[in-house]
Design a protein around this ligand. Structure first.
Ligand SMILES: NC(=O)c1ccc[n+]([C@@H]2O[C@H](COP(=O)([O-])OP(=O)(O)OC[C@H]3O[C@@H](n4cnc5c(N)ncnc54)[C@H](O)[C@@H]3O)[C@@H](O)[C@H]2O)c1
Length: 454
C-alpha cells in the first residue's frame, strides 16, 4: 500500500486529506501536526473544526486508511507523496512585516522532510505561498547530502470554508504546477493520477509552477475585489435611494460579470483574503510595480472602511452614544457554516463597541469558543450567550454579523417585545425581511438600502 502524508491538520489539511482517503481507498493516508491537541481532536468525536459533511467523511475512513499522528519523522520516511498544508500567516516582524507571508513554518517543514527522508519524494505545496516559493523549497530540499531528489509541485487549494466538503468532492478545477522538465512532468502525472480517482480529467489544469502559485493569490484577490466593489456602492445606495440588491442583480445578470459574490456585507473576513492580497501587494512592490500594488491594496482598504462605516452607522442611529447600552451580536464567525473567526469583521466591530462602553452580548451557534479567544483582552466587557433570544433580552440593538440561516427564522416579534425601546436592528448581511421588522416596530438599518426608521 502506498502512503500519502499530509503535514498540517488544519482547515485545509484535515478535510483535504480525509477526502483523498475516501476517494483513494488503496492508499494509506496519514496526517501529522505539531499540535498534539489538534491531532487528538481529529481522532475523537469532537473534530477540531466545524464543517458540514466533514464528520461523515472522517468517520468513514478513520483508522481504515486515514490516520492522524504527531510523529512527523516516522511518517515522512514512509511517504511517497507529501502534501504540505501548514499555515503561512502574514509576517508580524522584520522586513515585510504586515504584508509579506511568514514562511517559517514551511521552511521548518522542508528541513524536517530532508532530515527524515531516505528516498525520493514528491512534495506538494498546498499552502498558499508567494510566487517562487516552490523554487526556494526545491533548493533547500535538494541541498541534501543523501543523494535524495525531491520534486516540488504547486497544488493550491481552492476550497471555501463552510462548503469545503462539497468543494473538495466537486472542485471547479484542480490546479497542478510543476517543472517543465521530464522529472517535473512525471511528478505532475503522479499527482494527476491521484485526483483522477474522482475529478474529471478536463478539470485538472497543469501549468508551470509560477503560474500555479500566482493563480491562487490572484483568485483570492479577484474574489475579495468583488466583495469590496459591491460594498463600495452601499453608502452610495443609502444616500441616493438606490437599492443595492437591485443594482447587484442588474450587474450580475451580465454574463460577463456573473451573479456570484455580489452580496453586500459588513466586510470580508477569513484567514486568507486579506493575507493573500497583502502578500500580492508586497510582491508587486518587491518587483518594482507600485501602481499594481496600490490597485490591489485598495481592496483591503475598502473592506476596512466598510467595517468602520458599520460601527459609525450604529452610533449615528443610536443618538451618538452606545455607552451602557446592551447590544446583541448575532453571528461572530467570518461566514455561515463555519466556527472559524479568523479576521472576522465581528472582531473589529465588537472591539469598537466595547471601546464605546457598550455592553456587548455575542451569540453564534458554532463560533463562541473562538470568539472568547479572539476577545480575551476585553472579556470583562462582554457576555457570550448561545441562545439569541436570551442575548437580545433587554438589548437596545441587534447587529447581524454572520449570515447563519438560524437568524432568518427567529421570532422577531417576541424578540422585539423583550428589548428596550426604541429597538434597532443593523443587518450587516441583509438576510432579514426589513419591511416585516419595521412593521413589528424596529428601526431597521440594512446595507445599501434606505433605512426604515420610526
Ligand atoms: N482556510 C482556508 O479556507 C484555506 C483555503 C485555501 C488555502 N488555504 C491555505 O492553506 C494553508 C493552511 O491554512 P489553514 O487554514 O488550514 O491553517 P491552519 O492554521 O488551520 O492549519 C495549519 C496547521 O499546520 C500546523 N503546522 C504548522 N507548522 C507545522 C510543522 N512544522 N509541522 C507540522 N504541522 C505544522 C499547525 O499546527 C496547524 O494545525 C495556508 O497557507 C492557507 O493560506 C487556506
Amino acid at each position: 500500500m502506498k502512503t500519502i502524508l499530509g503535514i498540517g491538520a488544519g482547515y485545509v489539511g484535515g478535510p483535504t486529506m480525509a477526502m483523498i482517503a475516501k476517494k483513494c481507498p488503496e492508499y494509506k493516508v496519514v496526517v501529522v501536526d505539531i499540535n498534539p491537541d489538534r491531532i487528538k481532536a481529529w481522532q475523537s468525536e469532537n473534530l477540531p473544526i466545524y464543517e458540514p459533511g466533514l464528520k461523515e467523511v472522517v468517520q468513514e475512513t478513520l483508522n481504515k486508511n486515514l490516520f492522524f499522528s504527531t510523529n512527523l519523522s516516522e511518517h515522512i520516511a514512509q511517504a511517497d507523496i507529501i502534501f504540505v498544508s501548514v499555515n503561512t500567516p502574514t509576517k508580524s516582524f522584520g522586513k515585510g512585516a504586515g504584508k509579506a507571508a511568514d514562511l517559517q513554518y514551511w521552511e521548518k517543514t522542508a528541513r524536517e522532510i530532508v532530515r527524515s527522508s531516505s528516498s525520493d519524494k514528491i512534495i506538494v505545496e498546498k499552502s498558499t505561498v508567494p510566487v517562487r516559493t516552490a523554487h526556494a523549497m526545491e533548493y533547500i530540499l535538494n541541498a541534501n547530502s543523501k543523494g535524495i531528489v525531491f520534486d516540488v509541485l504547486s497544488n493550491p487549494e481552492f476550497l471555501a470554508e463552510g462548503t469545503a466538503i462539497q468543494d473538495l468532492e466537486k472542485p471547479d478545477r484542480v490546479l497542478i504546477g510543476g517543472q517543465e522538465t521530464a522529472r517535473g512532468q512525471k511528478a505532475i502525472a503522479a499527482l494527476k493520477e491521484l485526483y483522477m480517482h474522482w475529478v474529471p480529467k478536463e478539470k485538472i489544469l497543469t501549468t508551470n509552477v509560477w503560474s500555479s502559485e500566482l493563480s491562487k493569490l490572484a483568485a483570492n484577490a479577484f474574489l475579495a475585489q468583488r466583495i469590496s466593489s459591491i460594498n463600495s456602492l452601499t453608502p452610495f445606495c443609502e444616500t441616493t435611494g438606490a437599492n443595492i440588491h437591485e443594482v447587484s442583480k442588474a450587474i450580475g445578470m451580465d454574463s460577463r460579470v456573473g451573479s456570484k459574490f455580489l452580496c453586500p456585507s459588513v466586510g470580508f473576513g477569513g484567514s486568507c483574503f486579506k493575507k493573500d492580497i497583502l502578500n500580492l501587494v508586497y510582491l508587486c512592490n518587491h518587483y518594482g510595480l507600485p501602481e499594481v500594488a496600490n490597485y490591489w491594496e485598495q481592496v483591503v482598504l475598502m473592506n476596512e472602511y466598510q467595517r468602520k462605516r458599520f460601527v459609525q452607522k450604529m452610533l449615528d442611529a443610536m443618538f451618538n452614544t452606545v455607552a451602557g447600552k446592551k447590544i446583541a451580536i448575532f453571528g461572530f464567525a467570518f461566514k455561515a457554516n463555519t466556527g472559524d473567526t479568523r479576521e472576522s469583521s465581528a472582531i473589529y466591530i465588537c472591539q469598537e463597541l466595547a471601546e464605546e462602553h457598550a455592553k456587548v452580548v455575542i451569540s453564534d451557534p458554532k463560533a463562541l469558543d473562538n470568539a472568547r479567544l479572539d476577545l480575551k483582552d476585553i472579556e470583562s466587557s462582554l457576555v457570550f450567550e448561545i441562545d439569541p433570544y436570551k442575548a437580545a433580552q433587554g438589548a437596545h440593538a441587534i447587529a447581524i454579523l454572520t449570515e447563519w440561516d438560524c437568524y432568518r427564522t427567529l421570532d422577531y416579534k417576541k424578540i422585539y417585545e423583550s428589548m428596550e425601546k426604541p429597538a434597532f436592528i443593523f443587518d450587516g448581511r441583509n438576510i432579514l425581511d426589513h419591511n416585516a421588522l419595521f412593521e413589528i416596530g424596529f428601526s431597521v438599518y440594512p446595507l445599501g438600502k434606505t433605512a426604515l426608521v420610526h
